[in-house]
Design a protein around this ligand. Structure first.
Ligand code: NAD
Length: 260
């Protein structure tokens, strides 16, 4: 894939460490020649993100807590000091209060609901709107989602509701931005062992169940998700927008698993 992304510049949001899905995508696009800029949530994250960014040839890093009003505009302001154009955005971040990721969905409190919606869903719309004027040559925006958006998975709860809003946002944004030749897609990954993944109650059960019943007999690894990210951010997917692309070993197709 070397050269596929040569000359393309992309913003990567959501690296926490070298197990993050955002890092898997960043690695795949950097190896294909892309130039990258990274955001990190806070100073604690910076310690891990800065060396990872440097390892992928990037010196453009900036703090960005998406729950703060005006954060997306600030990212674009900083980005403009380095680049005059952006070609793609990878949004791979989410949050819900741990207490809401166990037990019954209906017990979620108002603040946990609002936080989850703001950080996990609305932040994608906000960065899309803020960065659009920099995407003067068209391009691609992707976000990370999960099957819990449209099917019930244990303890996913408010995060499932936020992912449903995020997936609907993908479709609306695809229409808003299509005439600017900006494509907007969601990448729905099967379970991957990350910090965010571990926060969900009973994550181990979901991980095992998915790998047992997926047609491929396993869950995806971060590099497979990374390469699907490369497809969606590159011109290989130039005719694709408003799509939710599953990278889950085919698990989402299963209604009743085989009797083994
Ligand atoms: P991760 O813990 O490595 O990444 C989550 C990121 O969200 C972190 O970098 C964290 O700093 C960031 N974040 C949280 N709150 C933030 C805020 N207020 N401002 C800015 N950043 C904030 O976990 P991951 O699994 O790589 O998660 C990336 C995305 O992939 C998420 O959207 C997640 O829902 C999605 N996803 C994960 C899985 C999985 O099994 N791990 C499956 C499907 C989808």
């Amino acid at each position: 894939m070397s050269g596929l992304m040569t000359g393309k510049r992309g913003l990567i949001m959501g690296v926490a460490n070298d197990k993050s899905i955002a890092y898997g995508i960043a690695k795949a696009v950097a190896e294909a020649g892309a130039e990258l800029a990274f955001t990190y949530q806070n100073d604690m994250m910076a310690k891990r993100v800065l060396p990872l960014a440097e390892g992928l040839g990037s010196t453009i890093t900036m703090p960005n807590d998406v729950s703060v009003d005006g954060a997306a505009d600030q990212v674009v302001k900083t980005l403009k000091q380095h680049w005059d154009r952006v070609d793609f955005v990878v949004h791979a971040l989410a949050f819900a209060d741990k207490a809401a990721l166990t037990g019954a969905y209906m017990d979620v409190n108002r603040q946990a609901f609002l936080d989850s919606m703001l950080i996990s869903a609305f932040s994608f719309t906000e960065i899309a709107r803020a960065i659009r004027p920099m995407m003067t040559d068209g391009g691609s925006m992707i976000t990370l989602t999960y099957l819990g958006a449209n099917r019930i998975t244990p303890n996913y709860n408010v995060m499932g509701v936020a992912k449903a809003a995020l997936e609907a946002s993908v479709r609306y944004l695809a229409v808003d931005l299509g005439r600017d030749r900006i494509r907007v897609n969601g990448l729905s990954a099967g379970p991957v062992k990350t910090l965010a993944g571990a926060a969900i109650g009973g994550a181990r059960h979901v991980f095992r169940h998915s790998e047992t019943h997926a047609p491929l007999g396993r869950n995806p690894d971060m590099h497979e998700v990374g390469r699907a990210g490369l497809y969606l951010t590159s011109d290989l997917s130039s005719g694709v927008t408003g799509e939710i692309h599953y990278v889950d070993g085919g698990y989402h197709h299963i209604g009743v698993p085989r009797d083994e």
